[in-house]
Design a protein around this ligand. Sequence first.
Ligand SMILES: [Ca+2]
Ligand SMILES: [Ca+2]
Ligand SMILES: [Ca+2]
Length: 450
Amino acid sequence: MEGPITTMSQCCIAARDFALGDLSGDGYPDLAIATGYMSLMMKASERSVLYLNDGGRRMWDVSAGSGFDDPALGISVAVSDINRDGRPDLFLANTNASNRLFLNREPGGNFVHLDLRGLVSNSYGLGAEVTALVGGKPFKAVVQPGGEYASSSEPGMTIGLGSSKAAQRVTVMWPSGMVQALGDLPAGTWKTVKEPAGAVVDAGPDGTASSSTEVMLHGTLHGTALAQPSYSWIFHGPTGDQTLPGKDVMFAPVAPGVYSAEFTVLDRFGALFGSDFCIMRVSDTTAPTIDVQMPPKATTAAAVVFNGSNITDNDPAFKAGGKVEWTFRNGANTVTATGFNPSVKLVQPGRWNMTVKATDLSGNVATRSIEFQVTGIAPPPINFEMVAWAIAFVALTIIGLAVASTRIFRGAGAQVPLADISEIQPSDIRGPHIDAALEDDDGQHALEEE
Ligand SMILES: [Ca+2]
Ligand SMILES: [Ca+2]
Ligand SMILES: [Ca+2]
């Protein structure tokens, strides 16, 4: 609770447990301390201590006469308005004496009491922050009843008003982050506050869009306000996910298709508070883009491949299902082709006009025309070296044929190798055919007879 403790009446209290509660109903928390220090040093004469908060300026020790400081080893203290009179009472648990319940008879001011019931948050709204204006001053307290040793204060919240007639602009900020405004509550109000359960995250209705127009989407949170929320949209589409921060966003789809648009709300701790989605159907109103790579040379000699690989469209299905048509014109000559990379033979030399027409799956059309030159087939240049080789080849062939003819006619079948005749020995010209010619009648060789 707010209301700073500025001065302690004494120091070095061996506190075993403590509890805060506005015992005096002035809007400032008071303090009860159980001092039964559980150690070998503990003394049966320990006293629990009670302090009243003097308007945030100092703490007064009011133990004496309250009965709260009777000698006993107090180990646990809790605050709860037992008799429901708007004044928090005290419960003190002792180890060596009876437990004690103290009813609060401090003459105090007005009050407003709130009991919180969480629905999205925890049941008692533990951790909820309650703020208000009391007598023109801000009041702020956190519902945190637990924490005492083996006990718990009640989870309710008492707003001490002093002499003020009302707590103004009372607001509960729930642990969920939902902010619930209660308005002005008059003194004596005893109210059970339920956390809003009807909080609905709404992405809005399903809709349509096109690839050439933006659409604004509005996310809403019905039924409550949320403290420090974070809003975002995630569009799950044909080309992947796209995230846009904010509650109201401009949806500018590029690719056509069906998108799931998910609106997400995070609470102040970054935890998911809720989400919703809608369906956006995006039509294709964007024509393809034509980018053609012209071949470096086009001749009548051979077919040429025209590169349309860079013809693209916003529709990812274009490459598979789109249509690309090519028309080549040269006077009365017309050649057509289809596909992204057609192979085209243009037999007429001269200036040609090429028109490329790309049509996406939704019927959007783009065209582009390009002029280019087709060259004819020129006679090959004379290569004198080749001519010389050819002449030489022909000459050698003629010579070879002549030699062969000569040998055939001269030899009449005598297969005698040409040689220096002076070196020819009789045996060199001996052979079956010679031998037969030189044999005499008695079968002897004529040369041998010589
Ligand atoms: Ca007080
Ligand atoms: Ca009471
Ligand atoms: Ca398109």
